[in-house]
Design a binder for this molecule. Structure first.
Ligand code: LLP
Length: 435
């Protein structure tokens, strides 16, 4: 029987009515490890990376995986071994890079609120670049670097004032956003950076938003950024690298974002036309490298048909899959087995056990389900586990990495004890008279 592939999910297919990821039957993993369970395909991650690498063939380019999308150590190791650098946003993420064996010299540090301690940690480790987001941050970074007798490599994140046409919570490159230095302040900020002895200007950076499915906002942002590069260099400050951020969207529900290689062919043509094609390029993709490489397996706990709505209550919840509650995001939900379709297909509100009306995973989904059935929530490789919480004292799910026919538990399921391991009762705690 020929496998039935799911659109946008290259490693996911029904074979003999059962859902497989690569050469592993997902029901077997659910049986062995329990649910909810995140499962990732190594092949899918490497294929997503290969699309960028093919777009950059023959260029000086570094892919810095934005690890906030999925920062599990095994995922980081996959990308580190494939030659990636990392885009980090905290000291914690820096520690993860080191724990996963990443190359610290390929790390760039983004984010609007780096602390002095994080700056020190990153300077001592020897990262490639700080993407500085404000004039105030520039001054503090200079002080910290001087106190260590070092020079901090910096790039300034510019806000190009371009609308990425995505969800407002994940738009970052518009005026009025907290991110980046305003276009009109950029040259002055570079001039200040160039005067500070603790800093070494190395590049320029921009990131306009996430889940971008159109090419145009990228082309606009590149143009606006190159205009700035010309102005900055005319002021006598050389920029070695150009960093275009991340943001490329994925197919959650029929979206058709440009393929990474096609997008980069067009962007590189623009860079070539303007004489910047030879520069060192950096990018910071997150979602597009992992989003469609992962699924979340879950079991139907109860069915609760009703007059107004039918509820399908599953064992995964908003603490495991926060995107629907946070952004009204759509994730496809499919059965692990098509074999027993004796039950009628009905529209279901697919919800979790958390005590909030906002705890929904899918509205109005046509499914033929029975109590105890196993389902897969698709496109769950990015911004799911990395944003998971312990709300309702629910331990976070386990994770499995699939590589062809092999599967590896890469994170154990959290117990309730893990959730409150760091908590103290007042009669056990040492009294602290200063509080
Ligand atoms: N670089 C910077 C500076 C970023 O802030 C981000 C994402 C990225 C790169 C990676 O963007 P990507 O390639 O993944 O689009 N939690 C939201 C997405 C938040 C994105 C935050 N920044 C979601 O689930 O949709």
């Amino acid at each position: 029987m020929t496998p039935i592939h799911l659109p946008g999910q290259p490693q996911l297919a029904y074979r003999h009515h059962e859902l497989w990821l690569e050469q592993v039957r997902l029901a077997d993993l659910a049986q062995t490890h329990g649910t909810p369970l995140f499962v990732y395909s190594k092949t899918a991650m490497l294929a997503a990376l290969a699309a960028y690498q093919s777009g950059f063939q023959g260029r000086k380019a570094l892919v810095c995986y934005a690890m906030k999308a999925n920062s599990s150590l095994a995922v980081l190791q996959v990308f580190a071994q494939a030659g990636c650098g990392f885009d980090i946003v905290s000291g914690g993420e820096l520690e993860r890079v080191l724990a996963a064996g990443g190359d610290i010299k390929k790390v760039i540090f983004s984010g609007v609120g780096k602390t002095r301690m994080e700056m020190r940690q990153a300077l001592e480790a020897g990262i490639a670049c700080f993407n500085v987001e404000s004039e105030a941050e520039l001054e503090v970074l200079n002080e910290v670097a001087l106190s260590l007798g070092k020079q901090a490599p910096v790039s300034i994140r510019v806000n190009p004032n371009v609308d990425p046409q995505t969800h407002p919570y994940i738009s970052t490159g518009l005026k009025g956003s907290k991110f980046g230095v305003a276009h009109e302040r950029t040259v002055a900020t570079y001039q200040r950076a160039a005067k500070l002895k603790g800093l070494r200007v190395v590049g320029i950076d921009c990131h306009i938003g996430s889940q971008i499915t159109q090419e145009l906002p990228y082309l606009d942002a590149v143009d606006r950024m190159l205009d700035l590069v010309q102005e900055i260099e005319a002021a006598g400050i050389a920029l070695q690298h150009l960093d275009f951020g991340g943001g490329l969207g994925i197919d959650y529900n029929g979206e058709q974002p440009p393929a990474a290689d096609a997008l980069w062919k067009h962007l590189l043509a623009k860079l070539d036309a303007r004489g910047f094609g030879e520069r060192q390029l950096m990018i910071e993709p997150g979602r597009s490298l992992v989003g469609n490489a992962g699924v979340c397996l879950t079991q139907v706990l109860y069915l609760k048909p009703g007059e107004v709505k039918n509820f399908c209550i599953i064992d995964a919840a908003m603490n495991d899959l926060p995107r629907p509650a946070m952004y009204q995001a759509f994730h496809k939900i499919v059965p692990l087995s098509l074999a027993d379709q004796a039950v009628p297909s009905l529209p279901w509100e697919v919800v979790g056990p958390v005590c909030e009306s906002g705890d929904w995973i899918g509205h109005d989904r046509e499914l033929a389900v029975a109590q105890g059935d196993l389902l897969a929530v698709l496109s769950a490789g990015a911004y799911c586990m990395s944003m998971a919480s312990n709300y309702n004292t629910r331990g976070r799910a386990a994770e499995v990495l699939v590589d062809h026919a092999a599967s590896f538990v890469i994170r154990q399921r959290e117990s309730a004890q893990h959730c409150f391991a760091l908590e103290l009762l007042p009669d056990q705690a040492q009294a602290d008279s200063t509080c």
